[in-house]
Ligand binder design. Structure first.
Ligand code: NAD
Ligand code: LMR
Length: 327
């Protein structure tokens, strides 16, 4: 049985995520599921309503629901964790401004992961700033495999694929290998140079170089803020959908010649990025479940320069987060 944890279970994203997980979207129709739902003490009473709705859905695969406000209890034996619970940003804010409020959540939950999660647990950090929150958690969760800890840049990848498809007038499934490097922030590097549309290089299909080099990256980088400005709240359904896509890519072997973007621990990366960051790279999951950073991609000087800017921002976040310290 897969034991799937969702933190921030009464929040916006969780409401779009939990029911899809309970339906079996991640592991298919034959895998029973237990849900482990975590909230803060103040909001924990709201978990009752989520549990009632789950019951009313009569999901055949859902065998057990465990909920509460104690991370150690809720994480007991969990195999797949969606760490969503964290403060979201409001209009005009940058995600890194959330660090002072959210860092302690990931410090505490990293410790709880270390004590209670399954030793092969796979962790996807969604709460922002997700790269640095993931770094904080993995430094506490020493028992876990660091390569199993991910920060979600899949929403950015999905946004990039959708934009390229719209511009090319093709189906989104015809866009492959769109890629995000770096931080889930405005310094992220959406990369079309390694992507293909109908198996051809993007530049052979979209001839508008100005759009590719300026409009495209800027729209991906600012999409989250644009949604907040219109909706008053951050993206939720698309974030939940990306979280399922991200975890699905991580747990299932990657098809030959493909990759997915994920924020992973940078130790041993082949692109010269600082070795103690969570940085978004092209990744593949091998048949034995190992996650590898794809090596050997040739990078244009423009791309390298942008990747360095994102790396610098992540180093600054690492410093501001006092990674490894509880204060
Ligand atoms: P929300 O405010 O609707 O829900 C967050 C929930 O987390 C709240 O119910 C809150 O009580 C809970 N929470 C806070 N501290 C907690 C803790 N210590 N343990 C358990 N639960 C806790 O916010 P949301 O819209 O669901 O967004 C959640 C986070 O996800 C935000 O930080 C947001 O910025 C981020 N996000 C990331 C991406 C991404 O692509 N990586 C996309 C969208 C949103
Ligand atoms: C997003 O990209 O939509 C999320 O990270 C929410 C945000 O703060 O932009």
């Amino acid at each position: 049985m897969k034991r799937i944890a969702v933190t921030g279970a009464v929040g916006n994203i969780a409401y779009s995520l939990i029911f899809r997980l309970a339906k079996g979207e991640l592991f298919g129709a034959n895998e029973p599921i237990a849900l482990h739902l975590l909230e803060t003490k103040e909001v924990a009473p709201g978990l009752k309503a989520i549990e009632m709705e789950l019951e009313d859905c009569a999901f055949p695969l859902l065998k057990e629901v465990i909920s509460g406000d104690n991370p150690e209890k809720v994480f007991e034996g969990t195999t797949h964790l969606f760490l969503v619970g964290a403060m979201p940003r409001g209009p005009g804010m940058e995600r890194k401004e959330l660090l002072s409020a959210n860092r302690k959540i990931f410090f505490e939950q990293g410790k709880a992961l270390d004590k209670r999660a399954d030793e092969n647990a796979i962790v996807l950090v969604v709460g922002n700033p997700c790269n640095t929150n993931c770094l904080i958690a993995l430094h506490q969760a020493e028992r876990l495999n660091r390569r199993n800890c991910h920060a979600m840049t899949r929403l950015d990848q999905n946004r990039a694929s959708a934009l390229l498809a719209k511009k090319a007038g093709c189906a989104v499934t015809e866009v492959e290998k769109a890629l995000i490097w770096g931080n889930h922030s405005t310094t992220q590097v959406p990369d079309y140079e390694h992507a293909t549309i109908r198996k051809k290089p993007v530049k052979d299909v979209i001839h508008d170089e100005n759009w590719l080099n300026t409009t495209f990256p800027s729209q991906v980088q600012k999409r989250g803020a644009e949604i907040i400005a219109i909706r008053g709240k951050s993206s939720a359904a698309s974030a939940a959908s990306a979280a399922i896509d991200a975890m699905s890519s991580i747990v299932h072997p990657t098809k030959e010649g493909e990759w997915y973007s994920s924020g992973v621990y940078s130790a041993g990366n082949p692109y010269g990025i600082d070795e103690d960051l969570v940085y978004s790279f092209p990744c593949r999951t091998l048949k034995d479940g190992t996650v590898q950073i794809v090596s050997g991609l040739s990078l244009s000087p423009e791309l390298v320069e942008k990747m360095k800017v994102s790396e610098k921002e992540l180093k600054e976040e690492r410093e501001a987060a006092y990674v490894g310290s509880s204060v």
